[in-house]
Design a binder for this molecule. Structure first.
Ligand code: NAP
Length: 350
């Protein structure tokens, strides 16, 4: 029987996004293109043909929408081509020995209904806990989750009972960092961009305190109010004025795990940071990290967090956009904080 042929809807980058502004829905378009045959072409190198189920919206995709010369840390998208990102997929055809037809996997796929994957096959993990919601593998049990795990335990090196501050605390990474910190009996404070998010942090995620940074006239005052004895660990997701205020509040031998600086991604010129002298006065260690250097911990992380989910010790909030048509708005919304929890897109429910 001849393999099935289908139309393949996809999200394509129309043009590079210039510095100094956030991404817009009009920077990408959703197109239904050529018919694809659901079989790997003869003569192809080892490949996977996958049906995409869930896609992850991630802040780093903003930098891939720009042109970098010389090339940056992750490759730029190409105008006219489908954009790529982390997602959950079902294997429809495979010529790779590690994957079989029917496997559920997560890794870097196309923002389209079906993807032929010939490179980056090393980015894929087989999903072992298929009884949990598969969407968890776009965040909680996927890239964002291992980022929180590695950044908190490996980079920040927490001790029981320390004072922890997390920015973008209701985001995919932040909500998990806060919960890990609570599991170590830390005093945990988060910042977020709406009262609804602050309420969730305190009443659903068990943060000891939280504040809406958009309503504060002075971030230093807000931090002193919530953490009068200072901060042992700052899990940095936003950068800019928040980092500057945090530096004034770090305790001796504090650690700053620099995960991301979303507030800086759309600026033409980064905000100046004035208070770096505090690193010396209080012997604070500030360390950036990339999750890609911690994937060797993935299975250990997955087992631990699945256990915590089953015991009801970890909870999670997702913001779900239905359909590829709504993917551009979902991605753009990250940069104004429209998402409440992990932003993902459902391409197909099985
Ligand atoms: P997310 O928090 O789920 O979504 C982004 C959130 O950032 C928004 O909801 C918004 O929440 C906040 N935000 C947007 N613009 C902001 C601004 N100008 N100032 C302050 N906050 C702003 O995203 P995520 O996936 O968890 O990622 C969090 C951070 O981790 C990002 O910086 C990301 O780049 C970084 N990251 C790094 C690695 C790594 O390997 N180092 C891996 C994954 C993610 P509010 O409503 O609170 O403003």
């Amino acid at each position: 029987m001849a393999p099935e042929a289908v139309r393949n809807k996809k999200v394509v980058l129309k043009h590079y996004v210039e510095a100094g502004r956030g991404p817009r829905e009009s920077d990408v378009e959703v197109v239904a293109t050529e018919t694809v045959v659901l079989a790997i072409p003869n003569g192809s190198p080892p490949a996977l043909l996958v049906k995409n189920l869930y896609l992850s919206c991630d802040p780093y995709m903003r930098s891939r929408m720009a042109k970098h010369d010389p090339p940056g840390f992750v490759p730029d998208f190409t105008p006219g081509s489908v954009i790529t990102g982390f997602g959950v997929s079902r294997v429809v055809d495979s010529t790779h020995p590690d994957f079989m037809v029917g496997d559920l996997i997560w890794g870097i796929t196309g923002w389209e209904e079906y993807s032929l994957i010939v490179s980056d096959l090393g980015s894929f993990f087989k999903i072992r806990y298929t009884d949990l919601p598969l969407s968890y593998y776009t965040g909680l049990l996927g890239m964002a989750g291992i980022t929180a795990y590695a950044g908190f335990y490996q980079v920040a090196q927490p001790k029981k009972g320390e004072r922890v501050f997390v920015s973008a605390a209701l985001g995919a990474v932040g909500q998990l960092v806060g919960q890990f910190a609570k599991l170590m009996d830390c005093y945990v404070v988060g910042s977020a961009g709406s009262d609804e998010k602050v309420d969730l942090l305190k009443n659903k995620f068990g943060f000891d305190e939280a504040f809406n940074y958009k309503q504060e006239t002075d971030l230093n005052t807000a931090l002193k109010r919530c953490l009068p004895e200072g901060i042992d660990i700052y899990f940095e997701n936003v950068g800019g004025p928040m980092l500057d205020a945090v530096l004034l509040n770090m305790r001796v031998h504090g650690r700053i795990a620099v995960c991301g600086m979303i507030s800086q991604l759309n600026l033409e010129k980064p905000d100046p940071v004035h208070n770096l002298f505090c690193l010396i006065m209080n012997q604070v260690k500030m360390e950036g990290f990339a999750v890609s250097n911690f994937y060797h911990l993935y299975r250990e992380f997955e087992d631990e967090v699945v256990q915590l989910i089953r015991e009801g010790k970890i909870t999670y909030v997702e913001d779900v956009a239905e359909g590829l048509e709504n993917a551009p708005a979902a991605l753009v919304g990250l940069f104004s904080g429209r998402n409440v929890g992990k932003q993902l897109v459902v391409v197909a429910r099985e």
